[in-house]
Ligand binder design. Sequence first.
Ligand code: HEC
Length: 310
Amino acid sequence: MKSKIVFSALVLPSFILLLGFSYSVSINHPSGISEWVVPESAKSVKNPSKATAENVKSGKLLYDKHCKSCHGGGGKGDGTKAKSLNTSCGDFTTKVFQGQTDGSIFYKTREGRTDMPSFKKKIPEVEELWSIVNYMRSFAPVTSKVEEPKPKVVEKKDTSKNEVKKVVVKPVTEKKDSATAARDSILARERSKIEMLLKQYENALNTSDTLIIGAFYTVNGIYIPLHAPTVVGADSIQAYFRKFFRGIKITTKFSIDELEQIGDLALVRATSKGSLTTLGSSVTIADANRHLIFLKKIKEEWKIYRYMSN
Ligand code: HEC
């Protein structure tokens, strides 16, 4: 409720502005199609929604429903309907596209033009449109680096000594450019994958599903349990848990305290709470643990690489 109020307070004035300026100015483009000119007032509208995992996920669902048929699952403009259109759908993975402001992408999505439908009526909730914009940022190529502006050499007069000094001036980089936003939404996507993995792992522990425990680990994964020797390799880890669950039943719930991704590695610090029942005696005790987990991305899939808990 509170966020809704803040949201409308932020966005409504911009829309009133936007409405006033939403006539379209056409400049002839070399390709024959006129360039899609976005009014300055719309370009500078700030994206009010944060690209959290939740937000990007709902953006993806909406994109798949309303946009994928033309723009394609990867945003390359190769959807099933694209061929039958007179206008090219463009390519969301290009630097040119990703170089636009969130405001511009939002405006084009809402307004539409030629074969691109307007989504004013189909998706009237602006919050939903912004989540699609956030999701579209994830189409940016992962390898694209933010180009740092080069430091400038400026000549400075030293009046006291009457000589000219060369000074290197470091440019001030914009705090949150579109490339950063794109990286953020990729991180959000990876984060939700990792959260999902831990949820499934938690579920496997709770159902004593020893058959799949090993599959959560990389082949050379290592598990470092409390009061027991280090277990090396997915197969040995599976065997370890099979033995463990013969005597004990656990119920546990993980909560992630920290999650950081460094390329194809991710670090997770988590805590868990639950109970531990010794099957023979049926004695149940409360159980709480801390977990330090390194994950590795192998063939687009996150796996547990190193796991230590106490
Ligand atoms: C029926 C096919 C179709 C659907 C569905 C569609 N688009 Fe488009 N879209 C196009 C076409 C065609 C263009 C190019 C329009 C032009 O340049 O005049 C376009 C252009 C765009 C652009 C501008 C691209 C650029 O290079 O700046 C954006 C942004 C966009 N679409 C977003 C969306 C989103 C988001 C959705 C779903 C909510 C969507 N589109 C659904 C056909 C479609």
